[in-house]
Design a protein around this ligand. Structure first.
Ligand SMILES: CC(C)(COP(=O)(O)OP(=O)(O)OC[C@H]1O[C@@H](n2cnc3c(N)ncnc32)[C@H](O)[C@@H]1OP(=O)(O)O)[C@@H](O)C(=O)NCCC(=O)NCCS
Length: 197
């Protein structure tokens, strides 16, 4: 190639690059104490598995998410299809039924949290874990309920026994970044991820 010649591949070699977006990982190191404060008034908890409107609730959260993968999944599968997929994690993740919790506010289910462990990642008998997804129904955001969901999952996983909880969230998700940071999670360098449909 002659110096200065443009480095543009012939049209036939050009492929559209898959879309990507930035995610920010956060870590909760095992052995850290969890803040255990009383819930807000009107807040209750119930096991999520088997709750009749769970799919609908998860669908409404995904349909209003700023996460590019959530948006792509809703576009491809519809809110209910995307919710069903979230509620059936693939091989490699495990959880006990009682870990998946619904948050009730004034008796209505308005939030969910899905803590899981990674298979095959234990160290010294302690699991590595993550929060597979969590969310609050759009009309009930901004009341402190997301913070309660994050604390609930942390408590459940710490009580189970973990060497760390490793989560991430879209760089565009300002409330979630704020929740992780203000709850004392360690922020790690951002990573570029493909958009999953
Ligand atoms: C992220 C989500 C769970 C937060 O739920 P929520 O009930 O609104 O959360 P809370 O009210 O407990 O806390 C939100 C915090 O973010 C802050 N916040 C809101 N908008 C913000 C912004 N643009 N920049 C920075 N902080 C912001 C609020 O002030 C509040 O902090 P504070 O308690 O210190 O005042 C909710 O927006 C949601 O369900 N989103 C869609 C699903 C999702 O993104 N899930 C997380 C996947 S990792």
């Amino acid at each position: 190639m002659t110096a200065g010649e443009p480095v543009v591949p012939p049209r036939s070699d050009r492929r559209a690059a898959p879309p990507t977006y930035w995610r920010v990982p956060f870590e909760w190191a095992g052995g850290r104490r969890v803040r255990r404060e009383a819930d807000l008034p009107f807040v209750g908890w119930e096991e999520a598995t088997g709750f009749p409107e769970l799919t609908q609730l998860v669908g409404s959260v995904l349909a209003s998410s700023v996460d590019a993968s959530d948006m792509a999944a809703v576009e491809a599968l519809g809110p209910e299809g995307a919710a069903k997929r979230i509620l059936s994690p693939p091989t490699g993740f495990s959880h006990r039924a009682e870990w998946w919790q619904l948050l009730l506010y004034g008796g209505a289910a308005v939030g969910f949290v899905l803590p899981v462990t990674f298979d095959g990642c234990a160290r010294d008998g302690l699991d590595e874990a993550t929060i597979y997804h969590m969310g609050v129904a759009p009309p009930d955001r901004g009341r402190g309920l997301g913070r309660l969901l994050l604390r609930k999952a942390t408590e459940i996983l710490v009580d189970h026994g973990i060497w760390r909880i490793h989560c991430d969230t879209a760089a565009a998700n300002a409330p979630m970044l704020h929740l992780f940071e203000s709850e004392g999670w360690a922020r790690l360098p951002p990573e570029e991820h493909p958009v999953n449909r």
